[in-house]
Design a protein around this ligand. Structure first.
Ligand code: SAJ
Length: 419
């Protein structure tokens, strides 16, 4: 702590802001940097631009205490934590934000500083950062695996926090710390020791980079297994939820839950980093992604059949959709399969659509553009009105729906709530 008087956190998003706030709450002097002036102004007022339990209160406190301030320009610091986005498009990771963070940090670096990358990145990224720094600052010595001595230490330390539990998991989770050299990992450990109570596990940078991708790919493969089972069981007339519950009684079996598809900005994306790094070998990982990506279309086939059945019986049916977020009890709609399914149903324009989403004030995405789509805050009214009910996200508010409420309805239960 003594060597790290000022810490600069570059990128004040879902990970950077909570990290900056937690560091400041432990007494570190933190400067948060973001290119978005609106975000910077908001944080300097002690407010937050993302929804995460308790983040608003802790931010207000550390800003008021003068321990956190935000700016658009990178200044001198003892440690730099880079937590910028690394989006994936057209088959490769877009490293533009990481590259521009390096360009903005390089001029202010001095001997004794520490730079840690946290953004999800392809293996080799931290070493490429070191090359970039070396070219931009030939006056400083940067670390090399084969040469332990350096002026500036560089490490990779992936975040692994679950949205909705970020402030708890930032502190309690174990962390992987990959150093370009063992000394770099030891320096980075000093930084994380400020706020982490979990184990700090040192390794090399490539292993640390791959570790993050491996964790999310492992979960994606597990969910793909469950999703594939659900499609097989539907064909064979077997209740997949009961099947999984029973199979999980085996002491070494732990099957995950099927759903309408995999959403969010991590599990649905990170496996592609591995596929891009080793396309000819990442066969299982690629197929798992394809299985999970195909699940919304499967759900839509079932909805289409239910609408056709209801139409044969009479007028234009009403379809009630429960939930749009990417997973239960969050207000995040990024890469949400539920939203993708809702938008596709709206596009057909062959039914009235009533949507429930307790975590949205208005219809998200392009749903707001359709006259035959509306929102309902009253779950029971929605169920009464709908001939077809589609359970997309098992938010806790839906626990109050009983089986008797659903009598005479066509039900498509993608989460196994009523199965
Ligand atoms: N899902 C299922 N079935 C399941 C579990 C999840 O269909 O049995 C779906 C969810 O509904 C959701 C998607 O998978 O659409 C992802 O949800 P999640 O809860 O599995 O994960 P995320 O994206 O919220 O957070 C993950 C976490 N990674 C792991 O659990 C390995 C988190 O620890 C990471 O920090 C985060 O990704 C990240 O930032 O990478």
């Amino acid at each position: 702590m003594n060597r790290l008087r000022t810490i600069s956190v570059i990128g004040l998003g879902y990970i950077g802001l909570p990290t900056a706030v937690v560091l400041a709450s432990r007494g570190a002097s933190v400067v948060g940097v973001d290119t978005n002036e609106h975000v910077v102004t908001k944080i300097n007022r002690g407010e937050v631009h993302i929804v995460e339990p308790d983040l608003d209160a802790v931010t207000a406190r550390v800003v008021q205490n003068g321990l956190l301030r935000a700016t658009t320009c990178v200044g001198e610091a003892d440690a730099f934590v880079v937590a910028v986005p690394t989006p994936f498009h057209d088959g490769k990771a877009d490293m533009a934000y990481v590259n521009s963070a390096v360009v903005s940090i390089a001029p202010v670096l001095k001997a004794g500083d520490l730079v840690v990358l946290e953004s999800t990145s392809p293996p080799g990224t931290t070493e490429a950062m070191v090359e970039q720094f070396t070219a931009l600052r030939p006056d400083l010595k940067f670390p090399r695996q084969q040469d332990g001595t350096c002026d500036v230490h560089v490490a990779y330390c992936p975040e692994r926090v679950l949205p909705g539990r970020v402030l708890v998991e930032l502190v309690e989770n174990d962390r992987i710390i990959g150093g370009i050299t063992p000394e770099c990992a030891a320096r980075a450990e000093e930084l994380y020791r400020i706020f982490c109570t979990g184990s700090l596990l040192r390794t090399d940078v490539r292993t640390a980079e791959m570790c993050k991708l491996t964790e999310n790919s492992f979960r994606d493969v597990g969910i793909a297994f469950a999703n594939e089972l659900s499609v097989i069981c539907e064909k064979l007339g077997i209740n997949v939820w009961e099947l999984i519950r029973l199979a999980n009684h085996h002491p070494r079996v732990n099957i995950l839950q099927p759903g309408p598809g995999v959403g969010g900005h991590c599990i649905a994306v990170d496996p592609w980093f591995i596929v891009a790094a080793a396309p000819e070998h990442a066969r299982l990982i690629r197929v798992a992604r394809e299985v999970n990506d195909a699940k919304p279309a499967h759900v839509l086939t079932n909805v289409k059949a239910a609408i056709a059945g209801a139409k044969a019986a009479g007028a234009r049916p009403t379809v009630g959709l429960l939930g749009l977020a990417f997973k239960p009890d969050v207000d995040d709609f990024r890469e949400s399969p539920a939203l993708q399914i809702a938008e596709a149903i709206a596009d057909w324009n062959n039914c009235e659509v009533v949507v429930s989403e307790p975590h949205a004030e208005k219809l998200p995405g392009k749903l707001g553009c359709f006259k035959h789509v509306r929102m309902s805050e009253d779950i029971h009214a929605l169920i009464r009105e709908a001939q077809i009910v589609v359970m997309l996200v098992n938010h806790r508010q839906y626990n109050e729906i009983s089986r008797t409420d659903l009598q005479d309805k066509a039900i498509i239960d993608t989460r196994g709530v009523w199965s």
